[in-house]
Design a protein around this ligand. Structure first.
Ligand code: MN
Length: 236
């Protein structure tokens, strides 16, 4: 932030910054931007009708205000009849930079969390068909539930391990972090060639196969081995 703006007075109050708790701490991580990687697990790319042969990674964004805290009860989103779950490992950027080489990329990571890239699949599908942007399918109220973050100093950099989500107790998506087409360092290298990464940015690092619909009353339990757990419920 520019120094002369640090104590600026604003004409309206938009409340505190979006943020996430840090596990086992009373500190919070401020959320800047949310980037999401598309089709980063081969089986998921195939289930969406694409050839996963390492086409370059591509990114879309969600508004920071779409963050939802672990344990929340959410309203079923408006404007859709087909909301899908996408369980993802979330990478929290602690140090910004541009044109970051993959070999140095992990130095920019502060920690990791468990996220859900909730998707209005019907709106996204229509956008794809019409050649329109994805935003209204991806970035909407409460579209980015995320667990507390765990720092690298505690858990290191998870590159393998189970990633899954259960809906009402039944496993719907399961995979392994090692199945990512583009690893976290590669994602950071690519993304930082397109935008200057800032401290506080999050990267949702893609979802394994098995995406599917959620309904009113559903309980979603996400897990990433070595990172944590995330539980949200949709109101009846
Ligand atoms: Mn996704």
């Amino acid at each position: 932030m520019k120094d002369h703006l640090r104590h600026a007075k604003y004409v309206i109050d938009i409340g505190p910054l979006p943020s996430l708790p840090v596990a086992d701490s009373d500190m919070r991580f401020p959320v800047g931007r949310i980037f999401c990687v598309g089709r980063n697990y081969a089986e998921h790319a195939r289930e969406m009708g694409h050839d996963p042969d390492r086409e370059p990674p591509f990114f879309f964004m969600k508004a920071p205000s779409s963050i939802v805290q672990n344990g929340s009860t959410l309203d079923y989103p408006v404007g859709t009849k087909d909301v899908h779950h996408e369980i993802e490992m979330v990478v929290a950027i602690g140090k910004g930079g541009k044109d970051i080489p993959a070999e140095k990329a992990l130095d920019h990571v502060w920690g990791y969390g468990v996220g859900l890239d909730m998707t209005r699949r019907d709106i996204q599908g229509e956008a794809k068909k019409m050649g329109r942007p994805w935003e209204m399918g991806k970035s909407f109220d409460q579209s980015a539930p995320c667990s507390a973050l765990r720092p690298v100093s505690e858990i290191g950099h998870p590159a393998k391990g189970a990633i899954r989500v259960k809906v009402n107790g039944e496993v719907k998506q399961h995979g392994d972090l090692s199945q990512q087409i583009w690893s976290v360092p590669e994602q950071i290298a690519y993304l930082s060639g397109l935008v200057t990464l800032q401290p506080g940015d999050l990267i949702f690092s893609g979802t394994p196969s098995g995406v599917g619909p959620v309904n009113k009353g559903d309980k979603l339990e996400g897990h990433v081995e070595g990172v944590g757990d995330l539980t949200i419920t949709y109101a009846r």
